[in-house]
Design a protein. Structure first.
Length: 509
């Protein structure tokens, strides 16, 4: 342990060198605005700025790109809260409660809670990364298709078993999301499906960010116009130390459970290859709502609904670095680009990286700690500017939302087909909200569907069609059982309530 702490200390000192510290501050600031811009996000930001890193040594380059990644994780919450448009797919769950808080004139508490939860999630993930990297990498490797499918099933089960929403409508919403997730080429057979008579735009599937911007950008704008007639409570762009401390206290008091769940769950999901921060943030939101004493407040402006996904996506971003460094397996699309950069710089990710290039590895790990502190400070400093956007007349704000949504939807795939699709999603989301259908389960399904379907089919191929494979494996079995219990929970509640009513009817007579 002392050896690890000594190496970590050396890494932190390395990251505090003038060049590296300057790159961290520039990286987190750029990442903050890249993450806040709809359609960009950490993947595009790191990819666009990768060529610049050839001007500095490899150690400084990876520190700069990791700082952009950190900043983008923080920045995704900004447009989710202030405009209702997810800056990136990782911040979609933040929209569920962040936007309602802003509509109530409490944008500051949402932004402060997001920043503090992100900082805590990142810090806990850094500790886990530092202390348990080899062990956690081996645990991630033990997750085969049955275990990953069981985890996806558990994520769906948390939404079904919440009890706050109409269960049939929730199941319908999940099914719609799964249908959208199936559009495009079959991952196993390679056959096209659900392309609606051969429309070529559907061949690449439905991009998740296009759906998210349509649902939570345009759909939210239409809903706001209809429900408030443009009369929205504004938030004063006033930032004081006392106000920030008070908001942080309330955010921690009401969101500590979500922060804890997001920090640990997000990190674990992040280290799973091909999972990443988006499923982690959605799963953390669902679990936080499940364990809350007041689950009905979620979706209406609960700080815990902001804390859970923000802690999770920051924790997952650190977690996704672990398989990249220890195994050479990227845990997310962004780390895949970082992996490519390391190869270009002449470094070979894998188990020997810790022994062959200890200065590089510990410099990067040390930069995680410094970048996390820098990101929360920069984020809090810019909050007054973010809140100022909400002081604009709603006619101007709605126009900005519409333009940003169109630009963000086009930037995601550079295909006009997706822009028209996004407009359709926006109108459909508005109609579903009018009919009181929950949108979060559909968003969850379209994220997890491309992971759940192939793992289900691969598992059944491994077992020759025997579903017992999900029950007789030591990790998949308990997860599957818990998921089934959660799915059946609403039925048990209904039966218990019915028996109670039957028991009281004779007395009432």
């Amino acid at each position: 342990m002392m050896e690890i702490l000594g190496s970590l200390g050396d890494g932190i000192l390395l990251s505090l060198q003038p060049l590296n510290l300057a790159l961290i501050l520039i990286g987190v600031t750029l990442g903050l605005f890249i993450g806040a811009m709809p359609g960009l996000g950490s993947v595009n930001g790191v990819a666009i700025l990768l060529p610049i890193t050839f001007l500095v040594p490899p150690g400084s380059a990876i520190i700069f790109l990791a700082a952009i990644y950190y900043g983008a994780m923080y920045g995704g919450a900004i447009s989710s809260i202030t405009l209702g448009i997810p800056g990136a797919s990782t911040a979609v769950a933040t929209t569920f409660d962040g936007r309602p808080l802003a509509m109530q004139g409490r944008a500051r508490i949402a932004l402060v809670t997001a920043a503090i939860a992100s900082f805590i999630g990142g810090t806990i993930a850094n500790f886990l990364f530092t202390g348990f990297a080899p062990l956690l990498a081996s645990v991630a490797l033990s997750f085969g298709p049955p275990e990953i499918f069981a985890l996806m099933l558990l994520a769906f089960a948390t939404f079904v078993g919440l009890g706050g929403d109409d269960i049939p409508k929730t199941i319908f919403s999940i099914c719609i999301g799964l249908v959208f997730a199936s559009v495009g080429f079959d991952q196993i057979s390679g056959e096209p499906r659900l392309i609606f008579g051969g429309i070529t735009g559907f061949l690449h599937g439905i991009n998740f960010l296009v759906l998210a911007i349509g649902v939570y950008g345009l759909g939210e704008m239409l809903w706001t116009i209809d429900s408030t007639r443009g009369k929205i409570t504004t938030t004063e762009a006033k930032m004081t130390v006392k106000g920030t401390v008070d908001d942080a206290k309330e955010g921690l008091r009401r969101g500590w459970k979500g922060t804890a769940i997001g920090s640990f769950l997000g990190f674990f999901v992040g280290i799973l290859p091909a999972a990443g921060a988006t499923p982690g943030s959605l799963m953390a939101y669902g679990v936080a709502k499940l364990v809350s004493k007041n689950p009905d407040e979620f979706g209406k402006g609960h700080p815990g609904g902001v804390a859970a996904p923000e802690a999770a996506n920051n924790s997952a971003s650190t977690g996704s670095m672990l398989p990249m460094l220890t195994l050479g397996i990227p845990g997310s699309p962004t780390t895949a680009i970082l992996l490519g950069g390391m190869v270009i710089w002449g470094l070979t990710p894998g188990p020997r990286l810790f022994t062959d290039q200890p200065e590089f590895v510990w410099g990067l790990i040390g930069s995680f700690y410094v970048s996390n502190v820098a990101a929360v400070v920069v984020n809090l400093a810019f909050i007054p500017m973010f809140i100022a956007m909400l002081r604009m007349p709603f006619t101007l704000l709605a126009s900005m939302i519409f333009v940003l949504s169109i630009v963000g939807g086009y930037a995601a795939t550079r295909d006009m087909h997706d822009v028209w699709l996004m407009l359709g999603f926006g109108f459909s989301a508005y109609m579903l909200r009018k009919l009181d259908y929950p949108l979060a389960p559909a968003v969850l399904a379209i994220v997890l569907g491309p992971i759940a379907e192939p793992t289900l089919r691969q598992s059944l191929l491994l077992s020759s069609g025997d579903p017992a494979i999900f029950f007789n494996r030591p990790i998949a079995g308990p997860i599957t059982v818990v998921a089934i219990i959660l799915i059946l929970l609403p039925m048990f509640k209904y039966m218990i309530d019915k028996r109670k009513k039957q028991g009281t009817t004779p007395d009432a007579a």
